[in-house]
Design a protein around this ligand. Structure first.
Ligand code: 6PG
Length: 506
């Protein structure tokens, strides 16, 4: 291990993919980092990468043998970035820091995908012992290295201390165009543009917002996968042909990081078989839980987010491969479809995807708004859209329009109320319907594209059949109902079991 020349500005604990790359990014931006991992090989790898990537900066990333040494190498009050798996490892490291003598004004930043309620509990639990702060990070390995999207929350004083480093390492956006400014060069970070780092709110708010980001991510990924299945199975296109279409779409309103990488994945050949790699990847989707948490939260809050929930179910269904293999031989599919006009189908699919994408982001933003209200948080939705324009996994040109919508109406409760989005949906809804009908007639499942259309149609209905539902509830459970012709909140019950069926005002 090297001797410490000067005290470091920030300590990094956990040098897995994210921790190491965040450390290197911080170093690129002129800060000194002290780093520790239980696995000393990872410490050595990070130190040597920092030194070799940019010659002459051997002292900027210092490896430490243990937590005591790490604490001793940091200037006070200390800043410590945790990059460890969510859950008990976070508490394990905090407890180890307490034992090693961390002080009450030292700041510990959890950058993992922690459950937001755990973050709230931790902030309380460690009060007076250390300042527990959190900053969700999006962008994967490359994002961490060259510019992630950062969602910090907790003590405002801690944020003041951390902000210069966070703004420096964050992804940057051209303020004129809203497009990411990207340079993937070690030692030469992007310094111009607007940083994708904004203080989100009190403890837990950042992790909640990142959780919703991931819920949207699940839905957006599933939408693209549904397009792939439709193009393959309805039109019989090859993986490369689908990649060509995705690449073309990526030049238009569907431009996004996820569309771009999907085209790349589809184009990749398998080094072993020579076939498209995607055809050799087993069709069972994994998950770490953030999308599921988003769906659960939407149910708890009472915010309709069917497209996000369907994306979680789609992963669950994909995992039941043996059952699917059995049922594939037993359950009938659609009768042979008539001739499908390929160009028209592709054009409808592009419109349908855009509409469904609008609905899935709408669900995510509405969920954040409803949850924030419950928690008493004041979220800046314009800022959230703005820091998702670069660095994060759901970055997309279309976030610039979401930002503009919140610029015009900061507390807009639902994006469908925005004139731009309403008119985009109005223009494309007929194509969306044709596409959904086509998918249903072909027997190809498209749960997210379809559920988004039901969501759209649900909001279009001034009257829903919930009147009958309330009647049913009142019939068997005397749950009462409100009337359309009396003041809101006034409850009535019909005496269903009595022969006269009297109406009672409660
Ligand atoms: C990001 C990603 C990242 C990770 C998620 C999703 O924003 O950088 O969301 O956090 O990819 O954990 O993982 P799963 O698909 O495994 O749930």
């Amino acid at each position: 291990m090297q001797q410490h020349a000067a005290l470091a500005d920030i300590g990094v604990i956990g040098l897995g993919v994210m921790g190491k790359n965040l450390a290197l990014n911080i170093v690129d931006n002129g800060y000194r980092v002290a780093a520790f991992d239980l696995d000393q090989a990872k410490v050595e790898a990070a130190v040597s990468q920092a030194a070799t990537e940019v010659p002459g900066r051997a002292q900027v990333l210092v490896g430490c043998n243990n937590i005591t040494e790490l604490l001793a190498s940091l200037s006070k009050p200390r800043l410590l970035l945790l990059s460890v798996p969510a859950g008990s490892p976070v508490d394990g490291v905090c407890d180890a820091l307490l034992q090693a003598g961390i002080e009450a004004d030292d700041i510990v930043i959890d950058t993992g995908n922690s459950l937001w309620t755990d973050t709230v509990a931790r902030e309380r639990h460690y009060q007076g012992k250390l300042v527990f702060f959190s900053s969700a990070v999006s962008g994967g390995e490359v994002g961490a290295r060259f510019g992630p999207s950062l969602m910090p929350s907790g003590s405002e004083a801690a944020w003041q201390r951390l902000a210069p480093i966070w703004r420096a390492i964050a992804a940057k956006v051209d303020p004129q165009t809203g497009l990411p400014l990207v340079r993937l060069e070690p030692g030469n970070p992007v310094r111009e543009g607007e940083p994708c780092a904004a203080y989100i709110g009190p403890a837990g708010a950042g992790h909640y917002v990142k959780m919703v980001h991931n819920g949207i991510e699940y839905a957006d990924m599933q939408l693209i996968c549904e397009a792939y299945q439709l193009l393959s199975q309805v039109l019989g296109l090859s993986a490369t042909e689908v990649a060509d279409i995705f690449q073309r779409w990526n030049q238009g309103k569907l431009n996004s990081y996820l569309m771009e990488i999907s085209a790349e994945v589809l184009r990749q050949q398998d080094p072993l078989s020579g076939k498209p790699l995607v055809e050799m990847i087993l069709d069972k989707a994994g998950q770490k839980g953030t999308g599921l948490w988003t769906a659960v939260s939407s149910l708890q809050v009472g915010c309709p987010a069917p497209t996000i929930a369907e994306a979680v179910y789609a992963r669950a269904l994909s995992n039941q491969k043996p059952l699917r293999q059995t049922l594939a031989t037993r359950l009938k599919g659609a009768e042979l479809m008539g001739q499908v006009e390929a160009e028209a189908f592709i054009a409808d699919l592009e419109q349908a995807l855009y509409c469904a994408k609008i609905c899935c982001y709408t669900q995510g933003f509405q969920l954040m708004a409803m949850h924030a209200k419950e928690q008493g948080w004041t979220l800046d939705f314009r800022a959230i859209a703005s820091i998702w324009r670069a660095g994060c996994i759901i970055r997309a040109t279309f976030l610039q329009s979401i930002m503009s919508a919140f610029e015009a109406e900061p507390q807009l409760s639902n994006l469908l109320l925005d004139e731009r989005f309403a008119s985009a949906l109005n223009q494309s809804q007929q194509a969306w319907r044709r596409l959904v009908s086509g998918a249903v007639l072909a027997g190809v499942p498209a749960p997210c594209i379809t559920s988004a259309l039901a969501y759209y149609d649900g909001y279009r209905c001034e009257t829903l059949p919930a009147n009958l539902l309330q009647g049913q509830r009142d019939y068997f459970g005397a749950h009462s109902f409100e009337r359309t012709d009396t003041p809101a909140g006034e409850k009535y019950h019909l005496n269903w079991s009595s022969p006269k069926r009297e109406l009672v005002k409660l």
